[in-house]
Design a protein around this ligand. Structure first.
Ligand SMILES: [Ca+2]
Length: 321
């Protein structure tokens, strides 16, 4: 049974729409290392970020990447963030996409300012820095999380409380919150062309290189699961960063743990669905037990505020100061 955080509250609103910038990037682009902007990039981030991200950081006069300085983590990694470019982009799925749901209506969204997104899902060790009592739970007796696995079994309020806690304890003075669905989807697409089922393309067979999903390994352990025809080697959660990152240097945006987001219903509310009475979160990106149609970039799943599930975690966003 997961422990609940004492302090719960509402997330801060998303950035206001406004001017557009071209934040496009190619999938796994070439690194323009001769560009003087690269000299300021933290060494750990150089293999991850694209030239579009470095250029965006230069335009705004901010670092392209940073990591927290949480006291007491010991040998456990700090939380690392990279900049996702501002810009206008398309949210939702194409009419032709296999498995498409009605609430994936397409619209053009504008994010006026770039924002930082954690390259990994928040780990159990990182979450324990706030709440050492948290128990992520188990699936049929099997633990679903080690220290460097994504923290799971949290309510949306717990995830928001961690973001507020980190805003006081990051050692840097930044603020943090859950991403909105729009912010998550832009980050998860990694600068690739719309539409796509998955950020690496449409191939289910290639999924095992990029994501921990319901794969053949899972089917061997749990024959009734609906699975991908691919092999990723993990039945339950995997340590964060076990697979290749997307074009913005973000790991596990699809698979491993569902990621809690603040709902985005579109400019006219056309995507409204799910819990209407309470400020529910939405899940994005799928988890270790997710089949192909639900692991798509555009798929949305409403999430009750009181739920804790062994396949639900989160990553954080830090807006520009
Ligand atoms: Ca798997």
């Amino acid at each position: 049974m997961a422990s609940l955080c004492a302090a719960c509250g509402e997330a801060k609103p998303p950035p206001e729409p406004g001017a557009t910038l071209d934040g496009s990037a190619r999938l796994r682009p070439g690194r323009e290392r001769e560009d003087p902007g690269w000299a300021a990039v933290a060494p750990w981030a150089r293999p991850l970020v694209s030239s579009a991200q470095v250029e965006e950081a230069g335009r705004w006069g901010v670092p392209v990447a940073f990591e927290t300085r949480i006291a007491g983590l010991g040998a456990e990694p700090q939380i690392r963030f990279v900049l996702v470019p501002a810009g206008r982009f398309r949210v939702g799925s194409s009419q032709a996409e296999e498995g498409r749901e009605p609430d994936e209506a397409v619209y053009e969204a504008t994010l006026a300012r770039p924002y930082y997104v954690s390259i990994h899902e928040v780990t159990l060790a990182q979450y324990h820095a706030m709440d050492p009592r948290h128990d992520p739970g188990a699936y049929r007796g099997q633990p679903v999380a080690g220290a460097r696995h994504p923290v799971v079994g949290v309510t949306p309020a717990c995830a928001r409380a961690f973001a507020r806690w980190l805003s006081e304890h990051d050692g840097l003075g930044h603020t943090y919150r859950l991403p909105t669905e729009e912010e998550w989807e832009r980050a998860a697409r990694g600068g690739t062309e719309w539409p796509r089922r998955f950020w690496w393309g449409d191939s289910e067979a290639e999924a095992g290189r990029y994501a921990n999903l319901a794969d053949r390994s899972a089917r061997k352990a749990y024959p009734l699961w609906w699975t991908f025809e691919t092999t990723d080697g993990h039945v339950l959660t995997a340590p964060v960063g076990s697979y290749e990152p997307n074009g913005y240097g973000l790991y596990d945006v699809l698979g491993n743990a569902w990621e809690l987001c603040e709902r985005s219903d579109g400019p006219t509310g056309q995507r409204r669905r799910g819990p209407g009475r309470r400020p529910g979160a939405f899940l994005r990106g799928g988890a270790f037990d997710t089949p192909p149609t639900l692991a798509r970039l555009s798929y949305r799943s409403p999430y009750d505020p009181s739920y804790t599930r062994i396949n639900v975690g989160f990553r954080l966003l830090s807006p520009l100061d």
